[in-house]
Design a binder for this molecule. Structure first.
Ligand code: C5P
Length: 374
């Protein structure tokens, strides 16, 4: 439609989808590498990483929401102190009176009556983000990436139940092939022994347990589908600015994100278990790779929100399928990932299923035009 937001003349929808594909591939590789490249005694806390991600995402969303108050709040001009001189600096956010008016409006919007709706996706996302670390620590990067595509299946199911989307038999067939492809990829996991830290001694080595990884992926796929569709439902069925919704999401994430921080054993052998961790303990063993993982997660969360708003969760699934190819090639180059026949067959089936899913029902129209034309 003509109101579709653009950036440099390109629809924001497609920019965000392509960016998400690249971000997904980068995150898979960074997360895997940051986990398996150090021995367990020097591993960083995944719970702290999730907490840091939520704090940063919330802060960035808060700043964006603050700068946009006049765009999304009809009461903004009413709330401005009067009389205001008609100069530019009078309406600038640096003017203390304007600053306070904005804070008041934003506070009201963030804590509006329906803000509790975000508590459900917030809790689900925190669980999912922790599970991702378990999966990435126990599976090859490419295997994790492909298995995680099962979230297309859960997303479709929740879109049908919660958003009342209709799926044609062709789309269900595509989803069946998707599940089949993921199954085929898993066959090779028995052969996939961990990427072992080369410097470590024999009993302080990161060993991957593929079964644990697959259980974590399956659970993460469930929460991904439910949380994504729930967030989409809140965004599209009620008023409210995307960035305000993101601030609410982050706020509700903080408490559940803190729980595993306190429950996890301290990374420092000298600290008593379950003691209140200090900031240095919280972020002990955070290598530059660990911080890169956190920042990529933050960026991914913000892009995901844009994709859910301007496209939808099912299209988001296609974008992340693209990242399979990117991370597969990178795994071969960086981690000496062994190419097995079942990986190639499984990954090809996943990609073919994704393509099939994107085919319009009925008469043939070009790929993207067929998706949400509104
Ligand atoms: O794997 P999936 O695409 O479901 O992951 C979504 C990611 O995006 C999660 O890490 C979640 O925390 C993040 N997200 C976010 N803000 C939103 C929606 C999702 O940070 N509004």
């Amino acid at each position: 439609s003509s109101a579709e937001p653009t950036l440099c003349g390109l629809p924001l929808k497609y920019i965000s989808l392509v960016t998400l594909a690249v971000q997904n591939a980068a995150l898979t590789l960074l997360m895997h590498y940051s986990r398996v490249s150090t021995p367990p005694s020097r591993a960083y806390s995944a719970a702290s990483a999730v907490l840091a991600t939520e704090l940063l995402k919330g802060l960035i969303s808060l700043v964006i929401a603050f700068t946009r108050v006049e765009d999304h709040s009809p009461q903004y001009t009413l709330a401005l102190p009067s009389p205001l001189p008609q100069s530019h600096c009078a309406t600038s956010a640096l003017n203390p009176r304007v600053f306070l008016a904005r804070c008041r409006i934003l506070g009201k919007e963030v804590f509006r009556q329906d803000c509790w709706k975000l508590s459900i996706p917030a809790i689900l996302y925190v669980i999912q983000n922790n599970l991702q670390f378990v999966a990435a620590s126990n599976l090859e990067a490419a295997t994790f990436q492909v298995s995680y595509q099962m979230k297309i299946l859960t997303t479709a199911a929740f879109s049908v139940f919660l958003l009342r989307r209709k799926l044609s038999p062709l789309k269900w067939l595509a989803l069946f092939f998707l599940a089949l492809g993921v199954g085929i990829v898993q066959i090779q996991s028995g052969a996939a022994r961990g990427l072992i830290s080369s410097e470590a001694s024999s009993d302080d080595v990161h060993t991957m347990v593929p079964f644990k990884g697959f259980v974590a992926v399956a659970a993460a796929c469930f929460t991904s589908g439910l949380a994504g569709v729930y967030f989409e439902m809140v965004l599209k069925n009620s008023s409210g600015d995307l960035w305000v919704r993101n601030v609410q999401l982050s706020l509700f994430s903080l408490l559940p994100a803190l729980v595993p921080v306190f429950l996890a054993p301290s990374p420092s052998p000298n600290a008593p278990a379950h003691s209140v961790p200090s900031i240095t303990h919280l972020f002990a063993n955070f290598t530059p790779w660990a911080w890169a993982t956190v920042l990529t997660q933050v960026f991914g969360g913000l892009i995901t929100a844009l994709v859910i708003k301007y496209a939808d969760n099912i299209m988001k699934g296609f974008a992340t399928s693209l990242s399979i190819v990117i991370s597969f090639l990178a795994s071969v180059a960086l981690f000496h990932f062994r190419i097995t026949a079942s990986f190639i067959v499984g990954a090809s089936v996943v990609l073919a299923a994704t393509w099939l899913y994107s085919q319009p029902d009925g008469k043939r129209v070009p790929f993207f035009r067929a998706r949400r034309s509104s």
